[in-house]
Write a protein that binds this ligand. Structure first.
Ligand SMILES: NC(=O)c1ccc[n+]([C@@H]2O[C@H](COP(=O)([O-])OP(=O)(O)OC[C@H]3O[C@@H](n4cnc5c(N)ncnc54)[C@H](OP(=O)(O)O)[C@@H]3O)[C@@H](O)[C@H]2O)c1
Length: 240
């Protein structure tokens, strides 16, 4: 039996990239996975791959920063599965790239809000179930950019830095009530988030999304008397 047999994992941004790889690996460990993202075709494709491999997967189209849509996704998951044991707050995007002096205020704020609001709202919606159960695990997928300064990434980095503090405060608030709250801070990972524009570091040197997923799976299967807390993961050659 897999290490996560009988458990239910809600994974935001589960349509592609790190989220899709994490869903596949958690399903392989026996978890039932519920995927959330905005692109229906990608959710369907990932869920189909998981089912073809013998796993259980459901999906919900929702923008994580839309409280009503996320409430439906969480309630929909609970209606099917009865519980949520694991939340992987993974949805995120990079926009408003460039120096602060040239930034567009509306785009800058949308980038901060889009990355941070979903983390807060999804957590807020799932917490009551976990607290009632008296157990649960939350992994927030943040970024090395939330802990180190990179020119041109102010909006994304501010959201990720706020996500790190959110993780630390949430851990303090709920760790004595049976909930393990963890953060992973990857460096460059070879996914669509980088787009195709100029200035993208060498993708060959980036971390594979499946490697990040493997580490998230390990965090979620840490013995119950321990927690990984915060995990910084860099490409083998360091920050690219
Ligand atoms: N790749 C890297 O180098 C890297 C490094 C450090 C941290 N991260 C973090 O890792 C996480 C996953 O990124 P990735 O690299 O796997 O990127 P990705 O391939 O672009 O995947 C992002 C996923 O999040 C979903 N998503 C984005 N915004 C959303 C929203 N508002 N509501 C619902 N779903 C949303 C996307 O689907 P839709 O667009 O269909 O909604 C997609 O499924 C992000 O939080 C990112 O910041 C990535």
């Amino acid at each position: 039996m897999g290490a996560l047999a009988g458990q239910v994992a809600l994974i935001t941004g589960g349509g592609r990239g790190i989220g899709a790889e994490t869903a596949k690996q958690l399903a392989q460990l026996g978890a039932t996975v519920a995927l959330v993202a905005r692109t229906r075709e990608q959710l369907e494709a990932t869920a189909q791959q998981i089912r073809a491999a013998g796993g259980r997967a459901y999906w919900f189209v929702a923008d994580v920063s839309d409280e009503g849509a996320m409430r439906e996704a969480v309630h929909g998951t609970l209606a099917i599965t009865g519980n949520i044991d694991i939340l992987v707050n993974n949805a995120g995007f990079i926009q408003a790239v460039g120096p602060i002096e040239n930034s567009d205020p509306a785009e800058w704020w949308r980038t901060v809000e889009g990355n941070l609001k979903g983390l807060y709202l999804t957590t807020r919606l799932v917490l009551p179930t976990m607290l009632e159960q008296g157990h649960g695990q939350i992994v927030n997928v943040l970024s090395i950019a939330g802990a180190r300064a990179f020119s041109g990434l102010s909006a994304y980095s501010c959201a990720k830095a706020a996500g790190l503090m959110f993780t630390r405060i949430l851990a303090k608030e709920v760790r004595k009530r049976g909930i393990r709250v963890m953060a992973i801070l990857p460096g460059a990972v070879d996914t669509a988030i980088w787009g195709t524009g100029e200035g993208v570091p060498d993708r060959e040197k980036m971390i594979r999304p499946s490697s990040v997923a493997q580490l998230i799976a390990q965090m979620l299967t840490t013995p119950p008397d321990a927690t990984v807390d915060e995990l910084w993961v860099l490409p083998r050659e360091g920050v690219l």
